[in-house]
Design a protein around this ligand. Structure first.
Ligand SMILES: [Zn+2]
Length: 183
C-alpha cells in the first residue's frame, strides 16, 4: 500500500518534471533556426572545411551551439555537423547533457550522429533534407544501417571479441567506485 502510493507519487512527479522540461522545447519547427543550420552548412562548405552539413542547437529560444562538417579540414572523420554542434553547445552550457534543447540539423543525421544525439539527450530533432537527398549527392549512410543487424563476422569491418576477462576490470572498478558521476 505504502509502496504503491510512493510509486504513484514518484511517477506523477517524474511526469510533471518531464512536462516541465518539454515546455522549453521548440514546439514546432522554427524556420529561422533551420535557416541558421543551412547557413552554417553553406559557410563551412565554401570555406572548404568539409561537406555541406550544418547544425544549430537551441535552448530557451536562443542558439547555444553551432556546428558544420569539418571532416576534411581537421582530418577528423567524426567531425560531422551534429557532433561539432553538440560539442559547442555542451561546452557553452557547461554540461554533458542537452536537457531542454532542440537540435536543428540541415540533413537527417547519420547513424553516428543519431547515436551522439541520443547520448546528449536533447528534447527534439528537426532535420531539413533527408537520407535519400544526401545519398543523391554521394553521402550514403544506408550501408551503416545495413551493417548493424549483420553477424559480427559478416560485417565489412569484422568484429571479434578478445580479452573479456581483462576488459571487465574497469567495469568492476566502476561498479565499486563511490565518487562517480553517472550519466
Ligand atoms: Zn553524422
Amino acid at each position: 500500500m505504502c509502496n504503491a502510493f510512493n510509486k504513484k507519487f514518484i511517477d506523477e512527479a517524474a511526469h510533471a518534471l518531464s512536462n516541465q522540461n518539454k515546455q522549453n522545447m521548440e514546439k514546432s519547427c522554427n524556420s529561422n533556426f533551420m535557416k541558421q543550420a543551412v547557413d552554417a552548412a553553406i559557410k563551412g562548405m565554401l570555406a572548404n572545411e568539409g561537406g555541406p552539413f550544418g547544425c544549430v542547437i537551441v535552448k530557451d529560444g536562443k542558439v547555444v551551439g553551432v556546428g558544420n562538417n569539418k571532416v576534411t579540414s581537421t582530418n577528423d572523420p567524426t567531425a560531422h555537423a551534429e557532433v561539432t554542434a553538440i560539442r559547442d553547445a555542451c561546452k557553452n552550457l557547461g554540461s554533458f547533457q542537452l536537457d531542454g534543447c532542440t537540435v536543428y540539423t540541415s540533413c537527417e543525421p547519420c547513424p553516428m550522429c543519431l547515436g551522439a544525439i541520443y547520448w546528449a539527450r536533447p528534447d527534439k530533432v528537426y532535420y531539413g533534407s533527408n537520407q535519400e537527398d544526401a545519398a543523391n549527392i554521394g553521402f550514403d549512410d544506408q550501408f551503416i544501417y545495413d551493417e548493424i543487424p549483420l553477424p559480427y563476422e559478416k560485417r565489412s569491418i569484422p568484429f571479434e571479441q578478445c580479452g573479456r576477462d581483462v576488459a571487465l576490470e574497469p567495469f568492476n572498478m566502476w561498479a565499486e567506485k563511490e565518487d562517480k558521476t553517472e550519466y
